[in-house]
Design a protein around this ligand. Sequence first.
Ligand code: SF4
Length: 74
Amino acid sequence: MPSVTIDRDDCISCGVCWTSCPEFFEESPEDGYSKVVDEYMTSGDPARGEAPDDLEDCVQDAADGCPVEIIHVS
Ligand code: SF4
């Protein structure tokens, strides 16, 4: 199960991640930056989440497509 971290302070709200993998990422209604959807968030932290194995490819595609390279998958 991949762990995902978003360096939200450096997000530029381009929308690539929530467009390419809307099952896992969404635009925060509070600040407009990317966040993990509530279902997969870790400890209520919008910057951290655990992706189910069937979303691994889409999460990785989002990380690869992020123009500022702030999505980390481990
Ligand atoms: S792809 Fe990167 S910069 Fe763009 S919204 Fe997602 S986290 Fe932010």
